[in-house]
Design a binder for this molecule. Structure first.
Ligand code: URA
Length: 239
């Protein structure tokens, strides 16, 4: 944690003294809220705006790609003392998951202390592509496939257009494996999309987030993103 006038000065926006003046004048926002107290501190996950400009928070940025296992909470701590995703990552820097995968969902999960990237990846207007593979109870009918693609109503709101591929059907076991590509991130979205049509999701895995996959990572393993991958993420959100 560092004082925000120091972070502002480190970004090169202005001197520390000037930053203090701007804070007192109510020109500085921390995570969207005006702060006027000079002792306010922030970390690499926080978004600081000065006179309407988001400044670069130059604390070391870390980007971790985890192949999330089942039975782990996507959080940094859990009231019920269950295992959380950050328990699986052995680094001394605080990072946070970007979005959420359910307790029983596996696959691609990004964690970082880069608040700017996190906000952009989660912002609905950026249409970030996510690919899930679901094992569902029942045989998905061609009609229901089309309905899923066109959008189903969840909590009174229709989901945006999705791509749906039936990968495998097991008539004996009465299950289907279905790949669903979406650009939104509503709570339990995939499970609720199937539920809206009467199907139960038995297993769910996020296969891809933009270009990031878990290729080469065993379940529970993680790796750091390369600089090239981080740059690519930034270029994808500017599209
Ligand atoms: N949709 C869900 O239903 N659950 C997840 O974990 C992710 C997307």
């Amino acid at each position: 944690m560092e004082r925000i006038q120091k972070i502002i000065a480190q970004s090169g926006y202005c001197s520390r003294r000037k930053a203090e003046e701007l804070i007192i004048a109510g020109k500085v926002k921390l995570n969207g809220k005006i702060v006027t107290r000079l002792g306010t501190t922030a970390n690499g996950n926080d978004v600081i705006e000065v006179e309407g400009f988001t400044i670069e928070n130059k604390q070391e940025k870390i980007y971790v790609l985890l192949n999330k296992p089942r039975g782990v909470v996507t959080s940094t701590k859990d009231d019920k003392h269950r295992k959380v995703v950050t328990d699986l990552i052995n680094i001394p820097i605080r990072i946070y998951p970007v979005g959420r995968l359910d307790y029983d969902t596996t696959g691609v999960l990004l964690l970082t202390n880069d608040g700017v990237l996190t906000n952009e990846l989660l912002h609905p207007s950026n249409n970030i592509e996510k690919v899930y593979v679901a094992k569902i109870k029942g045989i998905l009918t061609p009609g229901h496939k089309k309905t899923l693609e066109a959008g189903v109503v969840i909590d009174g709101l229709k989901t945006a257009a999705a791509k749906v591929k039936i990968k495998k059907v097991d008539k004996k076991a009465n299950t289907s494996i279905v790949e669903v590509t979406i650009h939104e991130g509503r709570n339990h979205q995939i499970k609720n999309m199937f539920k809206a049509l009467g199907y139960e999701v038995e297993k769910l895995r996020r296969e891809r987030l933009l270009f990031l996959t878990c290729n080469g990572l065993a379940t529970g393993e993680y790796r750091f993103l390369s600089i090239k991958e981080v740059k690519r993420l930034y270029s994808e959100i500017k599209k």
